[in-house]
Design a protein around this ligand. Structure first.
Ligand SMILES: [Zn+2]
Ligand SMILES: [Zn+2]
Length: 149
């Protein structure tokens, strides 16, 4: 069970369309560095989303981080949280906050393609790089054909 004092500080708000259901937005203290909610539990300060997840969904396997599928860091809805390895978590986070592709083209307007995978994650694709990659692939294939001929 989740302690009353924790429950009282959670607001249910529609914040995004990425995952079904409202975000459980923490109205208490927010960690300035990480943006995650914090709460005093057993005389120490803990991350709210971890406390809520463990109380309602179960233990988090050792060494795993909880990834916010909704990308709302103050959210502690267990349905929006998924235990992942730290590596996956930082890769997903970076992908969501980058404004440009590795070649410096903007992830916006005409240049932005969004592709949603089977699990419902949105991936951003740079149109310029995508076209370039297709051209290079065709060129390579042409060379390979010539060499084979
Ligand atoms: Zn959420
Ligand atoms: Zn690009």
């Amino acid at each position: 069970m989740l302690p009353q004092r924790v429950q009282r500080k959670i607001r249910f708000e529609y914040r995004q369309a990425r995952v079904a259901g409202d975000c459980w937005v923490w109205a208490g203290a927010i960690d300035k560095k990480t943006g995650y909610g914090r709460v005093q539990m057993d005389r120490s300060s803990k991350y709210v989303h971890r406390v809520v997840y463990e109380a309602l969904a179960g233990a988090i396997p050792g060494g795993l981080h909880l990834d916010h599928l909704c990308r709302i860091r103050e959210c502690c809805n267990p349905a929006h949280l998924e235990p992942v390895t730290p590596k996956v978590n930082s890769e997903r986070g970076e992908a969501a906050t980058k404004t440009h592709c590795p070649q410096g083209h903007p992830y916006s307007g005409e240049n932005l393609r969004v592709w949603t995978d089977k699990r419902g994650y949105a991936h951003r694709i740079c149109r310029t790089c995508n076209i370039q990659a297709a051209k290079e692939w065709k060129a390579k294939r042409a060379v390979a054909k010539e060499m084979a001929a």
